[in-house]
Design a protein around this ligand. Structure first.
Ligand SMILES: Nc1ncnc2c1ncn2[C@@H]1O[C@H](COP(=O)(O)OP(=O)(O)O)[C@@H](O)[C@H]1O
Ligand SMILES: Nc1ccn([C@H]2C[C@H](O)[C@@H](COP(=O)(O)OP(=O)(O)O)O2)c(=O)n1
Length: 209
């Protein structure tokens, strides 16, 4: 059984996916962590996102492992836990360019499709490209202001600066961020986190809930 939760940046995807997965007693999978890990390694190696070949060589030479823990995903490169470095402003600013590379997208898709079911998968294209046959699909939205306020609070940053960065990332991610035609769209703006999790759980088909 696969449930997909896609949506724009800071719309609540990982918090909602984690809550839904916990309620169902299954893992959740954050596809963005793999894009972020690829970006972190590219930045560390000084690789330009315009040339995917050296990055792919790096990703295949020392394979990454996504650990879909219920409380929060982790990404490992051998014994090194990459997770603490995945949510910096530097990775935020570079990730869209890396995620646009078809070779990187193919690498992420391959990693995700190798994971054993059941799970809740969250990202941008889980319901469209990666798991088109998912049992249930959701797409989360909220205004840039609401999303910026949530993220600013989370990271202790200025809401105006965060909002500008989110709008820019929305623009760069637009190509891979359309909702699946069969996804249920939820505006999380007027809802609490628990309210969104409840709405997802209530909409699951009987055999998955
Ligand atoms: N109604 C809500 N729905 C989803 N997330 C919310 C809501 N209210 C507050 N949040 C908070 O918004 C922040 C961003 O959520 P997150 O799950 O990191 O988003 P994403 O994975 O889409 O980037 C988190 O701190 C989360 O707890
Ligand atoms: N399935 C996915 C998941 C993420 N991405 C890209 C687009 C996003 O800017 C980055 C980071 O995504 P992530 O979901 O971790 O972060 P945000 O919720 O956007 O803050 O990766 C993607 O292109 N496709």
């Amino acid at each position: 059984m696969i449930v997909t939760i896609d949506g724009v940046a800071a719309s609540g995807k990982s918090s909602v996916a984690s809550g839904v997965a916990r309620a169902l007693g299954i893992p959740y999978v954050s596809s963005g962590f793999l894009y972020r890990a690829a970006t972190l390694l590219a930045l560390e190696a000084g690789l330009p996102p315009s040339d995917p070949a050296p990055l792919l060589a790096l990703l295949r030479g020392r394979p990454l492992r996504l650990e879909p823990l219920a409380g929060g995903n982790r990404v490992w490169q051998g014994e090194r836990d990459l997770t603490p470095g995945l949510h910096s402003s530097r990775v935020d600013a570079g990730v869209s360019a890396v995620a646009r590379l078809p070779e990187v997208r193919a690498w992420v898709d391959e990693e995700l499709r190798a994971l054993p079911e059941p799970f809740v998968a969250e990202g941008r294209d889980m319901g469209t490209n990666v798991f088109p046959h998912a049992d249930a699909k959701f797409y989360l939205t909220a205004s840039p202001r609401v999303r910026a306020e949530r993220r600013a609070q989370e990271r202790g940053e200025d809401a105006g600066t965060v909002e500008a960065a989110l709008i820019e990332r929305d623009r760069r991610d637009a190509a891979q961020s359309a909702p699946a035609p069969d996804a249920r769209v939820i505006d999380t703006g007027p809802l609490t986190l628990e309210g969104v999790i409840g709405a997802v759980l209530a909409a699951l088909p009987a055999r998955t809930a």
